[in-house]
Design a protein around this ligand. Structure first.
Ligand code: SF4
Ligand code: SF4
Length: 363
């Protein structure tokens, strides 16, 4: 039997006190009340780690880069400790037949109890010959591996929607995974790439509660994709006041006015960038002076220039139309802010813990 998450943490020298703090912060990062903390602790102490098979189709590996380069090492480490990453052909040492055999072993031993995480998508033209793995089309491997899985996670916009490799005329017929996998819950975590803390948050939720999070109409977890970039953007006041950047180097750009007229897709994009931000909360694209490209929305790559203004919304009274366009239901706006606060606290906890660990080892 796999070890529990708690056992793995103890082997790593994490104290029970820190474990309970982690449980409390996890509850906050998922937008849950403190009452959820004992349930999280009980689940993590008793449940064996969940085996995960991480597959790669047509993609650039930016989702893996985002995940493993999380600015919060403790978050990344504990999430990696929560799951048993039994197969990942980008990260694993095994190769060839040895690697392929691992998939069969996981399927046989954990039938119906493992998670498949997919980065990239399968190309279907010419019998799938544009992506060959282990001597056969990736689409076959994807279907077979998913057949006995508990659930499937579609990492990034490639797996969720097709993304740039599916751009017109899509010569390889790159196809979202939901169109080739049948009968399994699929959780879409789009973005190019998704925010690291969104990825770890989704995994933490699934492993803790043994269920998939509530999803919007596009299959995205509402806790992270329930609000528009525009709703939490710090430049929103300028939008409401009609103060816009008209050219990249004008006075309005220097004053940090709204980027709507420069093509910002924030009003029609659902993601957590404007509240959680990137690189551990350091910044995000709009804060760097560039408009949102809408990378977490289906078809963003084929909607014309990134610098074309969104024309199918009204400049004022925008909310009703944008909600229809976005096709998602807004949920409590506190979750992402709570997530960022919790992650910041996690980071400082990690630093304190690592200092204490060092002191303990040295003593
Ligand atoms: S249009 Fe873009 S820059 Fe302007 S407030 Fe909305 S998200 Fe922010
Ligand atoms: S700001 Fe927009 S384009 Fe940039 S990462 Fe976030 S959702 Fe994607």
């Amino acid at each position: 039997m796999n070890e529990t998450f708690y056992e793995v943490l103890r082997h790593q020298g994490i104290t029970r006190r820190s474990f309970l703090k982690f449980c409390s912060l996890t509850a906050a990062s998922l937008g849950l009340s403190a009452a959820a903390m004992p349930k999280i602790a009980q689940a993590l102490e008793t449940k064996p780690r969940t085996p995960v098979i991480w597959l790669h189709g047509l993609e650039c590996t930016c989702c893996s880069e985002s995940f493993i380069r999380s600015a919060h090492p403790l978050t990344r480490d504990v999430v990696l400790s929560m799951l048993s990453l039994d197969y990942d052909d980008t990260l694993m040492a095994a190769a060839g037949h040895q690697a392929e055999a691992i998939i069969e072993q996981v399927k046989a031993k954990y039938r119906g109890n493992y998670i498949v995480a997919v980065e990239g998508n399968p190309p279907l033209n010419e019998d799938g010959m544009f992506c060959i793995q282990g001597g056969r089309p990736f689409v076959e491997k994807l279907k077979e591996t998913s057949a006995d899985a508990k659930a499937v996670i579609a990492w990034g916009s490639c797996a969720s929607y097709g993304c740039v490799q599916a751009a017109r005329p899509n010569p390889t017929r790159a196809t979202p995974i939901r169109k080739v996998i049948a009968g399994k819950p699929i959780i879409c975590v789009p973005g190019c790439p998704p925010i690291a803390e969104v990825m770890t948050g989704v995994v933490a939720y699934m492993l803790t509660f043994d269920r998939i999070p509530a999803l919007d109409r596009q299959g995205r977890p509402k806790m992270f994709y329930g609000q528009r970039i525009h709703d939490k953007c710090y430049r929103r006041g300028h939008f409401d006041a009609g103060q816009f950047v008209e050219a990249w180097d004008d006075e309005s750009a220097k004053k940090g006015y709204c980027l709507y007229k420069m093509g910002c897709k924030g009003p029609t994009t659902y993601n957590a960038c404007s509240s959680m931000r990137w690189n551990g909360g350091v910044s995000w694209p709009v804060q760097s002076g560039h408009g949102c490209l809408g990378c977490s929305e289906d078809g963003f790559w084929d909607k014309g220039s990134f610098y074309d203004r969104v024309t199918n919304i009204h400049q004022f009274g925008i909310e009703a139309n944008a909600d229809v366009i976005g096709g998602a239901i807004a949920v409590g706006t506190g979750a992402a802010i709570a997530a960022h606060a919790a992650l910041t606290a996690l980071d400082s906890l990690r630093r304190r813990e690592s200092t204490k660990d060092r002191e303990g080892i040295e003593a």
